[in-house]
Design a protein around this ligand. Sequence first.
Ligand code: IPD
Ligand code: CA
Ligand code: CA
Ligand code: CA
Length: 266
Amino acid sequence: MARSALLNVMVQAAVKAGKSLTRDFGEVQNLQVSVKGPGDFVSQADMKAERLVRDELLKARPTYGFLGEEGEEIKGTDGSHRWIVDPLDGTTNFLHGIPQFAVSIALERNGDIVAGVVFNPATDELYTAEKGGGSFMNDRRIRVAARRVLSDCVIGCGVPHLGRGNHGKSLIELRHVMGEVAGIRRLGSASLDLAYVASGRFDGFWENGLNAWDIAAGVLLIREAGGFVSDFKGGPDAVGTGEVVAGNEYIQKALLEVVNRPLPKA
Ligand code: IPD
Ligand code: CA
Ligand code: CA
Ligand code: CA
């Protein structure tokens, strides 16, 4: 399917930031890094990538709002559109020379995510989706995996750092899910984790304590790839709550049940 003009703008911005990240990834030991919170680092590479994305998007649509992880939110005069951007999702991987990181860009219209791009410059994998138009990886249609039984599944996850999200409960969830599935992966970039569910590499994924910029694009990728995403209560607002349980219709339900299994008695 042909991309809309807006999606093209988003792709251009992601590719531009991706080039900057690739250059910085080659010189990662020279970057200045500071700590924002528990297990949360920010480097010159994150800041530069955010500036590039913001300038590109606001040049194309100057009236839209802009929410990026690393800068002040720009309200915009338009009132109904907002870009939601993580310029470098997977900073910890990036700073350790692990090529699992991405630029994530979503477009929100009247509170609804209508377009999403997730780009991993290290593997040149570009994931795109527009509401109602399906999901693509490098312009080839993708779909969620078809497995129906949890014991056959590879499930991605994230555990919020101690002091963020619900760390303690995540460890219990991890123990419960590990007992039910074929394998667990913790790759360290939520936007790519969701893109992996959309493309069928992961059968499912769950994590809490996330922010809108980590997941806004990825949630649309999954839904447009035929998958299901909920918060931990089973409601639809993953992006607002920062809680994600994802998979195809069978695995999403089964995973939600395991994630909510009562804690063992002390
Ligand atoms: C982080 C990654 C990680 C997730 C963290 C996020 P960042 O984003 O997505 O997988 O577990 O909660 O903060 O800080 O690298 O952009
Ligand atoms: Ca961060
Ligand atoms: Ca992130
Ligand atoms: Ca980030």
